[in-house]
Ligand binder design. Structure first.
Ligand code: GLN
Length: 429
């Protein structure tokens, strides 16, 4: 119980803006006490605000869901609760997961505990801030780097699982074919414990396959491939930190990886296409906007929907819906969407081939955490995802280990090769 009291003391008024919804202390203490009485050791956890939590508001960082209270738990949340985890709060995020810095949250950006003038990384921005600033493990999601970016910039550990290892039931979707609910934590042991609980087949998500076996590997014996073109894309500070870390490894080969050039445009076409379809469900009728926030219902039903969407979606979300709808539209879809699917296949094949024998290793983010507002054009923002999105297109697992303040190293293994990643994270810890 003392632990939970202390957590609330440390969070105080949440100066890092890690939470969109922080649960009342009394409620959390009561839950923890009930667990103790049943002989279960209560443990704290944070949950990204795009993962459904029964009875706790779930906004996905958007004003359109500002009053949405799910009547069910996501499978991952249910499993964590069954093992004694108590939710401290719902963490801040870029609206619907769309962003790399956390600045697209409709609830204000989270601040980086390492330096509060800097961003945390996104879209799981609050999960990164809470892991670093409050020492709390959490679950977030990763569609194109969203658990790895904040882990790298806030200097904590994270793991984006193999596609199909963790249930997406109850995850508010951004791009279904790319994303996985993913753990983030200050220590590898916490990360592993959470991953072991949330992974596995779920009858409610037919894309789940199995729980990866976390076999131990001797890191000294693993073969590593460094994409030499990745190192050309990163800032000197990141390159230097990476190069000095890599000296600790025995078996390292440098190779050009073409996938790193193809992945970014393919990712943004596919992710936005899926997003435009997923976000069509927010119409002001479903998902609990109270009447006083809604426009008058006029004769034209579509005017009502357009007004609600116009008012409550953020600017970046609207831009992405428009782009996604465009790439899918007649006359464009062959040139844009189908080409992106072909590029995805090439990325998939190249990366899967490399990781059959080796582990890919490269910096997680090409730069150290930027100051607020420093990166503002979409092109600059998208470019920072260059090293994280290839993994999602290929369905591979990837981990982040901190190697310097605001700098992370990313390891990518074969499908179901989480054991290699975890062994590496332990080695780096
Ligand atoms: N930055 C990427 C995007 O905006 C990835 C975000 C994510 O993984 N949710 O799409």
């Amino acid at each position: 119980m003392e632990l939970f009291e202390k957590i609330y003391d440390i969070i105080g008024d949440d100066s890092f803006n890690a939470f969109i919804t922080l649960r009342p202390k009394e409620e959390v203490l009561k839950e923890a006490k009930e667990l103790l009485e049943r002989g279960i050791e209560p443990k704290p956890i944070t949950v990204k605000d795009n993962i459904a939590t029964k009875g706790i508001r779930t906004t996905a960082g958007s004003k359109i869901l500002q009053a949405y209270v799910p009547v069910f738990d996501a499978t991952t949340v249910r499993k964590l609760k069954e093992k004694g985890y108590v939710i401290i709060g719902k963490t801040n995020m870029d609206e619907f997961g769309m962003g790399t810095t956390g600045e697209n949250s409709a609830y204000g950006p989270a601040k980086n505990p390492l330096d509060t003038s800097k961003v945390t990384g996104g879209s799981s921005s609050g999960a990164g801030a809470a892991a670093r600033g409050y020492c709390l493990p959490g679950i977030g999601s990763d569609t194109g780097g969203s658990i790895r970016a904040p882990a790298a910039w806030c200097s904590v550990f994270s793991l984006k699982p193999t596609y199909g290892a963790v249930s997406r039931y109850g995850l508010i979707p951004y791009a279904d074919s790319l994303e996985q609910i993913s753990p983030i934590a200050p220590s590898v042991s916490q990360l592993v414990e959470i991953f072991e609980i949330i992974s596995g087949k779920d009858p409610r998500d037919h894309t789940t396959v199995k729980k990866p076996d976390l076999k131990e590997f001797d890191v000294e014996k693993l073969r590593f491939v460094v994409p030499e073109n990745a190192l050309e894309l990163v800032d000197p500070e990141v390159r230097n930190a990476f190069n000095s870390f890599i000296r600790k490894l025995k078996n390292v080969e440098y190779k050009k990886v073409k996938a790193l050039e193809k992945a970014l445009p393919a990712y943004y076409v596919i992710a936005l296409a899926e997003a435009s379809s997923n976000l069509a469900r927010y119409d002001g009728i479903r998902y609990g906007l109270p009447e006083e926030l809604l426009p008058e219902v006029t004769e034209n039903f579509y005017d009502f929907i357009a007004e609600v969407r116009g008012k409550y979606f953020g600017w970046e979300v609207k831009r992405r819906i428009a782009m996604g709808a465009t790439v899918l539209s007649a006359g464009y879809s062959e040139e844009l969407y189908l080409r992106a699917l072909k590029a995805r296949k090439a990325v998939y094949e190249e990366l899967n081939e490399i990781v059959r024998e080796s582990v890919l290793i490269m910096p997680t983010m090409p730069v150290t955490p930027p100051s607020f507002g420093a990166k503002s054009s979409p092109k600059e923002l998208f470019a920072m995802d260059v090293l994280t999105v290839p993994v999602n297109l290929a369905g591979l697992p990837a981990g982040n280990a901190p190697i310097a303040d605001g700098i992370g190293i990313q390891v990518v293994a074969e499908r179901w090769g989480e054991g290699k990643i975890v062994s590496f994270l332990r080695f780096a810890e």
